[in-house]
Design a protein around this ligand. Sequence first.
Ligand SMILES: NC(=O)NCCC(=O)O
Ligand SMILES: [Zn+2]
Length: 485
Amino acid sequence: MSTVIKGGTIVAADRSYEADILIEGETIKAIGPDLKGDTVVDASGAYIMPGGIDPHTHLEMPFMGTTAAETWESGTFAGLAGGTTMVVDFVIPGEDGMLAAMDAWESKATRQASGDYSYHMCVTGWSERHFDEMPKVVARGINTFKHFMAYKGALMVNDDEMFASFQRCAALGALPLVHAENGDIVAALQQKYMADGTSGPEAHAYSRPPEVEGEATNRAIMIADAAGVPVYIVHTSCEQSHEAIRRARQKGMRVYGEPLIQHLTLDEGEYFNRDWDYAARRVMSPPFRNKSHQDSLWAGLAAGSLQVVATDHCAFTTEQKRMGLGDFRKIPNGTGGIEDRLSVLWTRGVETGRLTPNEFVAVTSTNIAQILNIYPQKGAILPGSDADLVVWDPKLSKTISASNQKSIIDYNVFEGFKVNGLPRYTLSRGEVVWADGQNSQPQPGRGKFIKRKPFPAANAALSKWKELTAPRAVTRSAEHMPIGV
Ligand SMILES: NC(=O)NCCC(=O)O
Ligand SMILES: [Zn+2]
């Protein structure tokens, strides 16, 4: 069976052009004029873009004494309904180590995911066991390792642990990811606000000022440089962190920055809402910032100093958030966005002229696929690529509301946002898995684990450069020995 997508404008990261797309099985077979297939998908008046890739999700993640309520089933369905055809989720190892944790994640994802997926592996300490397990993780198709500089006493790693892990990443051709907030300072500020009697959600923001993020981002970048490995800073939320990334890139370091759609569009005023539930639902780390930080992030996407837009979808119900009544430190950290990332970014980015449609594709799909080393299987509209495609209708619009979302969470941080631009159809490996107005759910379990190989081009280039410029022992002749030896 073949499918042809007809009458649309293909929008890729590098250019836009009119053509039909012929799909055979799960992949793109041909691109050109007047193609014929067994079934036709109508794209007239629409753009055809590579399916969105969300590089940062936490579906059903055990965290802060509870488990993120968004399931693999509801989360991946929400993604497809919003045009996101692949997610990359974070595996958190427990006492049984990385491989057992990966099995646990896989047992959930394989039964429930309706879109494709991959994992990042978290490194939450350092030992010989970590050293030994990392190559096994890479052999199973994961080439990214995440490090938390925050969450002291739980997930946080210290500099020596991070340096050891980064060196191991360099040797394995893997990419370290970093949650960059200074966990020691956050812990001290949290204590201070609690002692002062400021225990509401606003104290979450007060205890995580931009400086703690900027400092940690810079430290992570320098540690990566010392280890000779590229580094990817997750949820870059402020100018201080962006500045560190920008500066490093100008010096030729291979550093990537990932703003979230939430940080681009929601500001710290959300935490001052008089309704405790409203504010607590928006508690995440780093917190939302003020408009000047948002401007910096938008500028970074346009300038190329920031490369991707993610969601960090880690969604808890209102009831779960209430674990932190009376003590903001106990509010489970995390918000949602998987369903709305593309439409909000299109509306606030492309419709306002902050981004071109091609830049939109780059930051929601192509750059991500390239950084994660799955391009052009994903993130591309090319013969041979997986037919993960979105027929994007710029005339479809809606007002975002929890009352009709696919996510199973009882609220939406974008509630009331009017968005223009939505998927008319979403295709995952050639199958139409979402059609506007039909509201049918794709088969849970149809999603596939996508293996990612080590040694993307940036790692290989950096290893070569570090080898060339490495400090070397000086050869000394006898007359250069200290006198008297
Ligand atoms: N971001 C957040 O608040 N929750 C998810 C865990 C993390 O990424 O820090
Ligand atoms: Zn996260």
